[in-house]
Design a protein around this ligand. Structure first.
Ligand code: DX5
Ligand code: ZN
Length: 218
């Protein structure tokens, strides 16, 4: 993991054209994006279904971009090896899932992948405190997970700040990612609160000029 930018941009392919994924990935790579955010949904943990390991495997063959896989699934521990083998560089899973948190983190590490934890809007910052020293990143959801194109929840900003402060104490290199409703205005608020990885789907893939969209978030 060697990112050139302090503020990292992770375009969410949920808003890409899945039938033209290679081209869409090339576009965001050329635009200088730092990672690729892959949203995995099982229709149980969230009321939507997206993609799984076979698609991650194909993406891995198509690009050398850093693959940031966000698992919105009920039992992430059962799928860690599969996503790792498919080529994920980082796996984030929800603290609200059915899987035992520490065991799942250990399984991700053992597979040679970076572990991250995700909190839904209704989950307090403190839920991830016991694990901060063992993970590479916390993802603070700034919308209810499940769909792209929703409005940013401004009341998540204090949560970002609280996690940043605790991380500065126990794990200063921890990255904080935000996901949902990220556009230049909300990106600015998140960075001011302590976020350093910005996921953006509809804003980036809906832009006429993708390069300018990526830059405007930074
Ligand atoms: C929502 C997903 C997001 C989504 C973000 O459950 O986790 O990654 O694609 O989309 P935008 O940027 O459109 O809010
Ligand atoms: Zn996501």
């Amino acid at each position: 993991m060697d990112f050139k930018n302090k503020i990292k941009i992770s375009p969410s392919i949920l808003s890409a054209d899945y039938a033209a994924l290679r081209e869409d990935i090339e576009k965001v790579n050329k635009a200088g994006a730092d990672m690729l955010h892959v949203d995995v949904m099982d229709g149980h943990f969230v009321p939507n279904i997206s993609i799984g390991p076979p698609v991650v495997k194909s993406i891995r063959k198509a690009t050398d971009m850093f693959l940031d896989c966000h698992l919105m699934i009920s039992d992430p521990i059962d799928y860690i090896d599969s996503f790792a083998k498919s080529g994920a560089d980082l796996i984030s899973f929800h603290v609200e899932s059915n899987s035992p948190v520490s065991e799942t983190i250990e399984k991700i590490k053992a597979a040679g992948v970076l572990p991250a934890l995700v909190v839904k809007p209704g989950t307090p910052a403190e839920a991830v405190f016991p694990y901060l020293k063992d993970i590479a990143m916390v993802l603070v959801m700034t919308v209810e997970p499940g769909f792209g194109g929703q409005s940013f929840m401004e009341n998540m900003l204090p949560k970002i700040k609280t996690i940043r402060e605790e991380a500065n104490r126990v794990n200063p290199s921890l990255m904080i990612q935000v996901d949902g409703g990220i556009v230049p205005e909300t990106a600015k608020l998140c960075v001011a609160a302590g976020a350093d990885v910005l996921v953006s789907g509809s804003y980036i893939f809906g832009a006429a000029d993708i390069e300018r969209a990526v830059e405007s978030l930074r």
